[in-house]
Write a protein that binds this ligand. Structure first.
Ligand SMILES: Nc1ncnc2c1ncn2[C@@H]1O[C@H](COP(=O)(O)OP(=O)(O)OP(=O)(O)O)[C@@H](O)[C@H]1O
Ligand SMILES: [Mg+2]
Length: 321
């Protein structure tokens, strides 16, 4: 049994996963409401809330898996990238649990964790495959050759896809975090109503800042009342531009690498437009798209664990290298 802990951003999460990839429990406590009034995650507020929640969330995961700590054999925890203060709360909690039981600790990279959301039962995907990781902080195209072994083919030059969704949602006066809400709003709109641009970027990189500016200008030109009236059309057109960029680069990368199977992970993998545009593609299960600890425990199965007490000096890292 692996206990997973994730606190890299504004979700406090713990999960129990078996060595063969069955999720026995996955508890996610989102702080979204707490940060909504600021329109974004406030790092210090996030860290403090993680401190309040991390142990109750771990207890709840163990409880709902129906096991006690004696049954846990390893503790997997997100080491980075993310908000460093937030990461340190989860890392310290994981060290404490592992130390108390003399268990090995597995430091997991959050992005490898997102990919490992595909390795869980009941339908685990085996590498190799091409993976689009589209989340709030990252947009990566990865050639995944083995578990935890991937080559970066492309990334975003400016905003991440999830960030583009969130910023677009804010311009349209939708709530925070706006990705899911913009998705919902799009369903009633005409995606061809506004010809928003898809950036032409060389290779497998992405760019979303021009699109965001195009939406800003559209909203400004329409004025408040007309924007309100055409909100669904604006949302649908904006979403289509993001989806088009993601679809095109994923297909191009698949063709160029010969990796025929494509998979999509991260919060944006929940997007209904993207799912509809890539019907043959494997998407992470909906509940494992946004941050969770099941994916961290999942990757913990393939990452080298550190024996007691060597991990006590382990540090978190903020950004991906
Ligand atoms: N249905 C949806 N459509 C579009 N975007 C969505 C949808 N659901 C969630 N998102 C977006 O997913 C992002 C959150 O995803 P996730 O939790 O994987 O990112 P993160 O952990 O903040 O970033 P990272 O993993 O890069 O550190 C947010 O930007 C959110 O708006
Ligand atoms: Mg994430």
């Amino acid at each position: 049994m692996i206990l997973g802990i994730e606190t890299s951003c504004d979700e406090t999460a713990a999960a129990v996963v078996t060595e063969d990839g069955h999720v026995l429990a996955s508890v996610v406590s989102s702080q979204a409401d707490l940060h909504a009034r600021y329109g974004g995650v406030v790092p210090e507020v996030a860290s403090r809330r993680h401190l309040d929640l991390v142990l109750p969330v771990v207890r709840e995961a163990l409880g709902s898996a129906g096991i006690s700590l004696d049954r846990v054999e390893r503790v997997a925890v997100t080491q980075g990238p993310g908000l460093v203060g937030a990461l340190l709360v989860g890392l310290s909690a994981a060290k404490a649990v592992a130390w108390a039981r003399r268990l090995p600790l597995v430091p997991v990279d959050h992005l490898d964790g997102h990919v490992a959301s595909l390795y869980l039962e009941p339908e685990p995907l085996e590498p190799p495959f091409l993976c689009l990781l589209a989340s709030g902080g990252h947009t990566l195209l990865l050639a995944v050759r083995g578990h935890g072994r991937s080559e970066r083919l492309g990334t975003t030059l400016d905003d991440a896809a999830g960030e583009a969704f969130d910023k677009g949602a804010r311009l349209l006066g939708l709530g925070y975090p706006g990705g899911a809400e913009l998705d919902r709003m799009s369903r009633g709109g005409d995606p061809a109503a506004f010809p928003f641009p898809v950036a032409r970027v060389a290779g497998f990189d992405f760019s979303f800042s021009g699109l965001k500016t195009a939406l800003l200008y559209a909203v400004r030109d329409l004025g408040e009342a007309e924007t309100e009236r055409r909100r669904a059309d604006l949302a649908a057109s904006y979403q289509r531009a993001i989806v088009r960029a993601l679809v095109k680069k994923s297909r191009d990368a698949s063709a160029e690498t010969g990796l025929e199977r494509i998979a999509v992970v991260g919060g944006v993998a929940a997007n209904s437009g993207l799912r509809a545009a890539l019907p043959e593609v494997r998407f992470a299960p909906l509940e494992l798209c946004t941050d969770n600890a099941a994916m961290i425990a999942s990757q913990g199965r393939y990452t080298e664990s550190l024996p007691y007490p060597g991990y006590l000096a382990l540090d978190a890292y903020a950004s991906f290298s």
